[in-house]
Design a protein around this ligand. Structure first.
Ligand code: S3P
Length: 168
């Protein structure tokens, strides 16, 4: 255990930074969405379409709980994962939460029209910005440290490693 959980809005770079971070720490990297797809045997858009969003949220809770029990990893959570207090608790009990805090405009540039992200695909830019603002408050309040990702993924990862060490 003692995982590092990366959180932040869709498109903030959790997977890119997470892979770099895992390399730097010599641990495994795992993307929660990929794990869900493997377990469910369906893509994220297929889960949303055939079972609905609540069922996807249940998959997140179940899979996060499983991963929380495994040996140390860097885990990229989904943008909505930490909206469930139960998931925050599982993350807090098994590691530290790192928030990649980057501006909405940058996230939006990366996610607009992405059919693999049902929440982005179904929302207007205004709705996404409102969601970003609501979620940003949650990420900020639950994280152990936040990083404004103005640096390259490698520099961001180095900074996280330094700052995580000082958390003890
Ligand atoms: C979601 C974010 C996605 C994925 C799903 C729902 C969300 O993950 O979990 O499409 O509600 O923000 P990323 O944040 O990795 O895009």
């Amino acid at each position: 255990m003692n995982h590092l959980y990366l959180c932040g809005f869709m498109g903030c770079g959790k997977s890119t930074v997470g892979k770099q971070l895992a390399k730097g720490l010599g641990t495994r990297f795992l993307d929660l969405d990929d794990y869900i797809v493997e377990k469910a045997g369906k893509s994220i858009p297929e889960i949303f379409a055939s079972q609905g969003e609540e069922a996807f949220r249940d998959w997140e809770t179940k899979c996060l709980s499983e991963l929380s029990q495994k040996p140390r990893m860097v885990i990229a959570t989904g943008g909505g994962t930490l909206m469930r207090p139960q998931n925050v608790q599982a993350a807090k009990e098994s590691g530290k939460i790192v928030f990649l805090d980057i501006p909405f405009a940058e996230c939006y540039r990366r996610i607009k029209g992405d059919e693999n992200r049902p929440v982005a695909a179904r929302s207007t830019p205004e709705e996404l910005e409102a969601l970003y603002n609501t979620r940003r408050e949650v990420y900020s309040s639950v994280c152990d440290l936040s990083v404004e990702q103005v640096l390259s993924p490698m520099e961001t990862s180095d900074l996280i490693i330094q700052r995580v060490k000082s958390l003890g």
